[in-house]
Design a protein around this ligand. Structure first.
Ligand SMILES: Cc1cc2nc3c(=O)[nH]c(=O)nc-3n(C[C@H](O)[C@H](O)[C@H](O)COP(=O)(O)O)c2cc1C
Length: 189
């Protein structure tokens, strides 16, 4: 069975993006989901001096191993001042020191949500633009505005237009993951 890793790019224990990433990953068909928590990869703030003095922390290697062992990656981004949360950026910076391609050519579904109407579109756009240059195959993306209004844990996305848009993006990601499986199956038989 194919495996994906999923996480909210936030270190908040009440993260709406972690909640959204978990829910979205549960809508995937026939995949094993490894739900990650960035708090399990907390590291000192990246600096070249620190890297020279002490090397790359084990947590970064653990994170990159999980990326490498997956067939796809689903991330929901918290937007902090228009950009990545410090927790995500730090994990990303340390992981990037382990060689290229940073995202190991994995298929990606990028999402973002916020309490306000912009739905983390700023940070999502940054990731969509830069990840293809950082070794990620961005297949799908989706922004959910006004999380409190448009999402509930029992029904998921409540707005029908947003739900349709999400489902179309999810299907694209699902299909890409399973097409990879077909190619691999045919290559080994
Ligand atoms: C330091 C900080 C900066 C923020 N900047 C933005 C922002 O630029 N745009 C936005 O829509 N929300 C911003 N917010 C609000 C976040 O969208 C909100 O806290 C959201 O819950 C973060 O996602 P999370 O719950 O997954 O951590 C900011 C919050 C913090 C704490």
């Amino acid at each position: 069975m194919k495996t994906i890793i999923a996480f909210g790019a936030s270190s908040s224990t009440k993260s709406i993006n972690q909640q959204f990433a978990r829910w979205a990953s549960e809508q995937m068909e026939d995949v094993e989901v490894r739900l990650l928590d960035l708090n399990d990869f907390e590291m000192p703030i990246y600096s070249m001096d620190r890297e020279e003095a002490s090397g790359i922390p084990q947590e970064a290697k653990k994170f990159k191993d999980l990326v490498n062992q997956s067939d796809g990656i689903l991330i929901s981004f918290a937007e902090h001042n228009g950009s990545y949360s410090a927790a995500f950026k730090n994990t990303f910076d340390w992981m990037s020191r382990l060689g290229r391609p940073i995202w190991s050519d994995k298929l990606m579904f990028l999402m973002g949500t916020s309490p306000g109407p912009r739905g983390a579109k700023g940070v999502l756009s940054t990731a969509e633009t830069s990840f293809p240059h950082q070794g990620g195959q961005v297949v799908s993306s989706f922004s959910l505005p006004s999380f409190g209004k448009n999402f509930s844990s029992d029904i998921g996305i409540s707005d029908s237009e947003l739900k349709n848009e999400f489902e179309a993006q999810l299907e694209k990601f699902n299909k890409a993951i399973h097409e990879t499986q077909d190619q691999e199956t045919s290559a080994t038989t």
